[in-house]
Design a protein around this ligand. Structure first.
Ligand code: OAD
Length: 252
């Protein structure tokens, strides 16, 4: 699909931009998505096993298993760098007066690309927290990928828990508060949703609200999602192709 000329004009008028991303934006950095072609849950039996390993319940009963599953995910991401899509989103933040990014990704590639106002609603794979003393231990992807058992806190010896939200767990309260403030109390005049299968209500909600209120909505995804019929523009293709075009259109 070509980039529509009237969309370029609409983007030039945007003052407050909200961007929402999922695993698809990191696909071009070589990190497998969760679902869809090449996704880590694409094989149903394997998918169920990983989901079970990465649950809050398994963390309690068998933390070594949870950490080994995380180590496997980290190994898939080894050497990944921000791509043209991450860089274009960081560029967008410098071009519009007000900007917010809501990401489901735990890979921190948005921060590496230079994005600042980021809500990491599923946390970060790099920030482990001690279940004893609550101290945060930063872990590189390489350290994570090499783990064979649950790591321990360097200061108190307590068990560390992953910094990412696990299946069946609540979202971090500060992220929920920030989502509410940035997308409901002070809504963006354009919402751009990129590379997510849009399964969660807190991802779908801000896009549906914007569409119903006549604010600009754009989706970038090579496949159809539940949001495709809702948005004004579905740009059916790769994030790395369309995001630089959108950033360019924001330039005044
Ligand atoms: P998914 O793996 O469910 O979806 C990835 C989406 O990216 C799919 O819709 C693909 O079509 C799309 N995609 C693939 N390549 C793309 C590209 N180059 N450009 C644009 N889009 C592309 O990932 P999420 O929606 O992020 O939760 O998954 C949501 C959550 O489910 C994750 O955060 C994770 C998982 O369970 C936690 O870790 C807590």
């Amino acid at each position: 699909m070509e980039f529509p000329a009237e969309l370029r004009d609409r983007l030039a008028a945007v003052r407050r931009l909200g961007v929402i991303t999922g695993a698809g934006i990191s696909a071009e950095s070589g990190i497998p998505t969760y679902r869809g072609i090449g996704g880590v849950y694409a094989d149903p039996a394997r998918g169920d096993e990983i989901i079970d390993s990465l649950s809050g319940e398994t963390l309690e009963s068998d933390p070594d298993r949870t950490w080994r599953a995380l180590a496997e995910l980290a190994a898939h991401a080894s050497g990944a760098e921000p791509n043209a899509g991450h860089l274009a989103i960081a560029d967008m933040e410098r071009r519009v007066p007000e900007f917010v990014l809501l990401t489901q990704n735990v890979d921190d590639l948005h921060l590496a690309a230079g994005s600042r106002n980021v809500i990491r609603v599923h946390g970060s794979i790099h920030d482990a927290r001690c279940l004893g003393c609550a101290a945060i231990t930063s872990m590189t992807r390489e350290v994570l990928a090499a783990l064979e058992a649950a790591p321990r806190c360097a200061s108190c010896g307590g068990l560390l828990r992953p910094g990412a939200v696990l299946f069946g767990e609540m979202l971090p309260t500060d992220a929920v508060r920030r989502m509410e403030a940035e997308f409901s109390l002070h809504p963006p005049d354009a919402v751009l949703v990129v590379g997510t299968s849009a399964l969660f209500s807190y991802i779908v909600g801000p896009v549906v609200d914007a569409a119903h209120e006549g604010r600009l909505t754009i989706e970038i995804n090579p496949e159809e999602t539940a949001l495709s019929p809702v948005v004004e523009y579905h740009l059916k293709g790769r994030a790395g192709h369309y995001l630089p075009l959108i950033a360019d259109a924001l330039r005044r």
